[in-house]
Design a protein around this ligand. Structure first.
Ligand code: ZN
Length: 215
């Protein structure tokens, strides 16, 4: 591969789930695109970066303009840097917080309308949970529960996979002092979610059952 092709290919490989072969398929396909389309790609990347950010509390990705409430939980106007997202502001006194691994999982749960309350997104977390992102998000989860006067239940909505199990076990360990003191109980999505299934592929009734049968 020549330098320009190679460079682009390596950039695609930074994305989750994209290996060298898939990355090269993207690159060779883009070779055939019109310059206008490629300019649109470049512009869309930069626009996304300008408008989207992560909530400082739940870490969901959202666009500033999506925030419609006058003030956020942190007392900052929503839509401004440092302000919390609408869900965090709306459900500030929720008795439950649902832990999702990925943004797409959260999106799926919200879209299916099976849960309404606080969320926390761990991100593309991987063993042994030592990346800066992992540490920051896990610490904030601990601190949110410590600060909260209303959270009584932590719902682990991790996938029914080996990785999902490992993440769930790690979160349980981090929150051990709260479960031992009786401040919170930790539940996990029930059997509706068959072993090996990823949350993002769940349909409404499966996810609804998994939530109802949490224990
Ligand atoms: Zn939030």
């Amino acid at each position: 591969m020549h330098d320009a092709l190679k460079k682009l290919s390596l950039l695609f490989e930074r994305l989750p789930g994209i290996g060298p072969r898939q990355a090269r398929r993207f690159v060779y396909s883009l070779v055939d695109e019109k310059p206008e389309i490629l300019e649109e790609f470049a512009g869309a990347f930069l626009e996304m970066k300008k408008l989207a950010r992560r909530c400082p509390e739940c870490f969901r990705a959202f666009e500033g303009k999506e925030a419609g409430l006058p003030t956020g939980q942190a007392g900052l106007p929503t839509g401004q840097a440092g302000a919390v997202c609408v869900a965090c502001a709306t459900h500030a006194d929720s008795p439950a917080i649902l832990i999702a691994e990925k943004d797409v999982d959260l999106e799926n749960i919200e879209k299916l309308g099976v849960y309404s309350g606080l969320f926390h997104v761990l991100g593309e977390i991987a063993l042994p949970f030592q990346s800066e992102t992992d540490k920051v998000r896990l610490k904030e989860l601990h601190d949110r529960i410590k600060r909260s006067k209303t959270i009584k239940e932590v719902i682990l909505a991790t996938s029914a996979t080996n990785e999902g199990d490992a993440v769930a076990a790690y979160v349980e360990k981090i929150l051990e002092n709260f479960t031992e003191s009786g401040k919170i109980k930790i539940t996990r999505l029930g059997r509706g979610l068959s072993t090996g299934s990823y949350l993002e592929f769940s349909d409404r009734s499966t996810l609804d059952n998994a939530l109802k049968n949490r224990k």
